[in-house]
Design a protein around this ligand. Sequence first.
Ligand SMILES: O=C(O)C(=O)C[C@]1(C(=O)O)C=C[C@@H](O)C=C1
Length: 299
Amino acid sequence: MEKVGYLGPKGSFTEAAAATLLPKAERLPYRSIPDTMDAVAEGKVEQAVVPMENAIEGSVNITLDYFIHHQRMNMAAEIVAPIEQHLLIDPARADDWKQVKTVYSHPQAVAQCHQFLRECLPDAEIAYTNSTASAAKHVMENPDENAAAIANDIAAKAYGLFMAQKKINDYDHNRTRFLLLTKGEKPFQNELITEETQYKTSMMISLSSDFAGALHQVLAAFAWRRINLLRIESRPTKTGLGNYFFIVDAAMKKDDVLIPSVTEELRTLGCGVHILGSYPCFSWEELNGAKAIPEVKHR
Ligand SMILES: O=C(O)C(=O)C[C@]1(C(=O)O)C=C[C@@H](O)C=C1
C-alpha cells in the first residue's frame, strides 16, 4: 500500500487534506513540517501533504523556506480546504472556558483567531504547537492545566474534547491550500482528475541583479505570452538583507512551448529559474461534496 506522510498527529487539518487526496494510502503522521518533508526525502513515505498558504494569514513560511532551502522536491497536487477553528477544552471544564489560562495552537491557527482571543480571552497566554491537532492532544493529556486548544472538530472527537466555542476564526472565508509533495517528478495519477481539472505550474525565480525594472522584465515575459499568474510571493534568499527570490504560480500545465520559452527568456535575462512542479488543483467541495470536513477514519 502506498504511504503518505502528513503533519500530524491524527486529527490535523493536514490529515484531512491527505485523506481526501489519497483516500487509499496509508497515512503516517510526522511531528513537524520539516520532519514530514524529510520523510519523503529519506524514502520512509513516497509522498507527503503539508500546508502551504492560508487565505487569512498568507504563506506558511516554514513550508516554503524548508522546501526551497533544504528539501527541494516536486509539487504533485494541490487541495484547497475550508478551515473552521474551534476552541476545545477538557469536558470537565465545559462551563469555565472563559477562565482558561493558556491557549495552545499552531501559529497559523492562532493568527486566524486573533480578534477572538483579544476579545474573549484577553488574559490567556498563547503557546505555540507544531499543529492544531498536537495542541488538542496536549490539552487532552494535561487535564489539570486549565488550557484550551484551537483545532478542528475531527481533533475534538479524536481527543475527547469539548467544543466550547465554535467557528472562532475572525473571517468567514478561511481556506488553506495544501500541497502533495513527491521526491521525483511523479505525475499525480488519480481518478480525481477530469477534463475540467485546473493545473498550476510553480516556479522559483531569482533576479540576476537589482536594477530598475528587473521585476517588470520578469512579469513582461509572462504577460506577452498571456500566461495568467495566480500568485507572486517573495521570500528572503537568506544571503543578506534585501535579497529575495520569487515564487510564481502560473495558471497552466507545463507544456512544450510556453513554459520552456518563458524559462528560456528569463534565463537569457540572467534570472535563475526552477520549476517546482506542475500539478492538478482540487477544491475540497469538489472531492467531498458539500460536507465541510469529512470524517477522517484513522488508520
Ligand atoms: O494541519 C494542521 O492542523 C495545522 O496545524 C497546520 C495548519 C497550517 O499550517 O496552515 C493547517 C491549516 C490551518 O490553516 C491551520 C494550521
